[in-house]
Design a protein around this ligand. Structure first.
Ligand SMILES: [Zn+2]
Ligand SMILES: [Zn+2]
Length: 348
């Protein structure tokens, strides 16, 4: 039996503040960063392992750390993929061109920045060796499936996304799914009279490629159907999934999209920007309350809810917001009024 511990997320800064969620994939040399908020305490080693950056949107609290990131990876010989809503190419391009690079043209860092549309991305490449001048016109990159990022298919995960409304702005929510673990049971293999060999790789690859049960597999002696072989000695364990949702309003369209994206996710990271007592303020600014996040977690059937990204109005009261979210996840009822959390008018 394979354990299910490969996705390993942690916030690089204060989770209550400007978000930057690092997702390590155990066994993989590179990691994913979701949003570029508070990175000031992240180590160079950690930042250099990041190969994919997913941006929800371009508000300052989600992008302020990009320059810290850039400073730390400047000398790395790597290509970093950045994905975000339309306008990401322009936003990142402007940031890169905000500095003078005449002494850095021997460096090898490359950014491939993507504006995500429904079925495709526009991609613009920025090479440090070319002083981060954008290369020609953006290229169109097709997605393998609608709302799925066109990342390297050999990576052991896929990334889906949906665009949520954040007071008229697009805020992207992400879901990372580990590819299922496919194990060959040696005892059952032997019990059915098969020998180990390279043909087993074909079995695994055929499953990964989504071939049907009638797909033929040749073991060097005769052909077998994939479905029969799976029944005889293959064990498939689903991978874990992680969903990241931030900066979106409680609208029927957003709720529908979140339900579809986050269905039965294992790890559900969701903003707790306001307490439910300030539901009108949350609606005005296009944010979720802790109770709404908890309600979404319950409706989506997720395993674990992680609240993050609180309004600075709740400084010192962050724990109460988390409790409100967990209560809403466990309960069918909205929190009673006398238990609602009220923030001071402006503690800043
Ligand atoms: Zn925002
Ligand atoms: Zn925000």
């Amino acid at each position: 039996m394979t354990d299910r511990t490969r996705l390993s997320p942690r916030f690089l800064g204060d989770p209550t503040g400007d978000p930057a969620l690092l997702v390590d994939i155990e066994g993989e040399p590179s990691s994913i960063l979701i949003d570029c908020g508070d990175l000031k305490n992240a180590s160079t080693t950690t930042l250099r392992r990041i190969s994919i950056i997913l941006l929800s949107h371009h508000h300052i609290d989600h992008t302020i750390g990009f320059d810290t990131y850039l400073r730390n990876v400047l000398h790395a010989d790597q290509t970093v993929q950045i994905y975000g809503p339309p306008g990401t190419i322009e936003t990142i391009g402007n940031r890169l061109l905000g500095y003078t690079w005449n002494l850095s043209t021997q460096l090898k860092l490359v950014f491939e920045v993507h504006d995500m549309e429904k079925d495709f991305c526009h991609q613009q490449r920025f090479r440090l060796s070319n002083r981060f001048q954008p290369e020609a016109a953006p290229q169109v990159i097709e997605s393998p499936h609608p709302s799925t990022l066109p990342i390297n298919p050999s990576l052991p995960y896929k990334i889906q996304w949906t665009s949520l409304d954040h007071s008229g702005l697009s805020s992207i929510a992400y879901r990372i799914d580990e590819t299922p673990f496919i194990n060959i049971d040696p005892d059952r293999l032997q019990a059915h009279g098969f020998r180990t060999g390279p043909w087993l790789k074909q079995v695994v690859q055929a499953i990964r490629n989504g071939h049907g049960s009638s797909h033929p597999i040749d073991n060097g002696q005769e052909q077998h159907s994939l479905g029969k072989l799976c029944d005889q000695f293959v064990q498939i364990t689903p991978g874990r999934s992680l969903v990241y949702i931030t900066d979106c309003g409680w609208t029927s369209e957003n709720i529908q999209k979140i339900r579809a994206l986050a269905h039965q996710a294992d790890l559900f990271f969701c903003e707790h920007y306001f307490a439910n007592s300030e539901v009108d303020r949350a609606s005005h600014f296009g944010h979720l309350t802790a109770s709404q996040a908890g309600q979404l977690a319950r409706e989506c059937g997720v395993t674990e809810l992680f609240g993050f990204h609180h309004s600075p109005r709740y400084r010192g009261m962050e724990n109460e917001l988390l409790i409100e979210g967990q209560k809403a996840k466990e309960s069918e009822d909205p929190p009673p009024c006398d238990e609602q959390l009220v923030a001071p008018e402006d503690p800043r």
